[in-house]
Write a protein that binds this ligand. Structure first.
Ligand SMILES: [Mg+2]
Length: 123
């Protein structure tokens, strides 16, 4: 069963919230605070799924996802965007991001979406 999740967000509060949620659900949780860290963490941990914030310093979520998907085309990435960023959403889906979810999101919907996408891949 898939059990490794990478959480990427420059906001500590968001990282902590998602980390607690997924740890409680039995996932091994990996953390990155920007797009560059996300790339090295993906190579190191090879997660089953990545929750990727869009707006971050150093490298944003779109650029980071593009780099990750070039090397790992099957990587499941969920991007967390701000309300109204339709152009970003479009570009994200074009580079291979599976879903975009608007912040602020309901954490239980996020949990359900993660489970849905990883199970889809397994089956
Ligand atoms: Mg951010």
């Amino acid at each position: 069963m898939p059990n490794k999740i990478l959480i990427v967000d420059d906001q500590k509060g968001v990282r902590r919230l998602l980390e607690e949620l997924f740890k409680k659900e039995g996932w091994s949780v990996y953390i990155a605070a920007d797009g560059l860290e996300a790339i090295s963490m993906v190579k190191e941990a090879i997660p089953d799924i990545v929750l990727m914030d869009m707006k971050m310093p150093n490298m944003n979520g779109l650029e980071s996802s593009a780099v990750i998907l070039k090397e790992f085309p099957d990587m499941i990435i969920i991007m967390m965007t701000a309300y109204g960023e339709m152009d970003v959403v479009k570009k994200a889906l074009e580079v291979g991001v599976k879903r975009c979810i608007t912040k602020p999101f309901d954490i239980l919907s996020m949990r359900d979406l993660v489970n849905e996408l990883v199970l889809e891949k397994v089956s």
